[in-house]
Design a protein around this ligand. Structure first.
Ligand SMILES: NC(=O)c1ccc[n+]([C@@H]2O[C@H](COP(=O)([O-])OP(=O)(O)OC[C@H]3O[C@@H](n4cnc5c(N)ncnc54)[C@H](O)[C@@H]3O)[C@@H](O)[C@H]2O)c1
Length: 273
């Protein structure tokens, strides 16, 4: 359903790896709503070549940037502004990577060097992106920045490992930078805490199938899909959400406020018979 919610808006989308990526779906949705886009991902991810299909579909250039490299980020914001002929109205930060999860380390035994890298890629990278834009005054007034999070930032999900700490830090950076950017330029910064979703990053979590079924049974509306998350992002980039900032917004079919559901109790009772 296209109703030009983002007509005249210009945005940078980080993190479209393949067509399952939340960023991929968000790029399609923003394009459908009339936005102009620049796509970016880490050089190593771009080598897969998948993103070129998306670039064609949304008529956007692809500018490589490793989100932990300040020179790459500066180049990205410079090139994006040159491409648009002006400032940027919205940014999607859809990036996550855990070295300890990838290498199978238990939370109690994490390697701290890998942990530093995981926190940098998955959380402090939001600070790096905001800082780059801040230094260049690259985001328009009432601009909107959204990063994607997960409820393991607030509640324990043991197999989410060090990513739980990364998401807690990410949500905190959104609040802290959101304050300063709001005061200076009325720029909004929020996180969306999404249901478990079958993507490359999501499927890296141990026991993901059990995890996603449990969340489905716990959520009155069921798990929110990547497409619905993309709709929510488009709304957050639009002028319809102008006074929302520094929030962690649950997009999870109600999961976050359910203690236990009848469906989960029934499954446990059946297991006991
Ligand atoms: N899939 C889920 O269940 C789920 C649930 C809640 C939140 N999220 C979050 O949504 C976001 C997007 O993940 P996704 O599920 O679409 O998976 P995805 O694997 O498609 O996306 C992750 C992206 O991060 C990028 N990335 C990794 N290291 C990078 C670096 N150094 N520089 C730049 N980019 C880098 C990858 O190339 C990839 O495009 C992540 O923050 C993830 O934690 C996912």
């Amino acid at each position: 359903m296209a109703n030009n919610l983002l007509q005249g808006k210009r945005g940078i989308i980080f993190g479209a790896l393949d067509e399952k990526s939340i960023a991929w779906k968000t790029a399609l949705k923003c394009h459908e709503q009339g936005a102009q886009l620049v796509l970016t991902n880490a050089p190593v991810a771009l080598r897969m070549g998948e993103i070129n299909k998306l670039a064609e579909a949304v008529n956007a250039p692809v500018i490589p940037a490793d989100v932990t490299n300040m020179d790459d980020l500066k180049n990205l914001f410079e090139q994006a502004q040159a491409h648009f002929g002006g400032k940027i109205d919205f940014v999607l930060h859809s990036i996550g990577m855990s070295l300890n999860v990838r290498k199978g380390k238990h939370y109690t035994e994490i390697n701290y060097e890998w942990n530093q890298k995981s926190l940098d890629i998955s959380a402090m990278s939001l600070h790096r992106v905001l800082r780059t834009a801040w230094d260049m005054d690259a985001i328009s007034e009432w601009g909107s920045v959204v990063a994607l999070s997960y409820i393991a930032a607030q509640r324990v999900f043991p197999d989410y490992n060090e990513m739980a700490d990364a998401k807690a830090l990410l949500e905190s950076v959104a609040r802290s930078f959101g304050y300063h950017y709001g005061v200076r330029n009325k720029v909004r910064v929020n996180t969306i805490s999404q249901s478990p979703t079958r993507t490359t990053a999501g499927s890296g979590v141990k026991g993901f199938d059990g995890f996603i079924d449990y969340a489905e049974k716990m959520s009155p509306l069921g798990n929110a899909s990547a497409d619905d998350c993309a709709n929510y992002c488009a709304f957050m980039f639009s002028d319809m959400s102008r006074y929302i900032t520094m929030q962690n917004l649950f997009h999870d079919g109600g999961f976050s406020f359910v203690g236990v559901s009848e469906a989960v109790v029934k499954t446990i009772e059946e297991g006991q018979q």
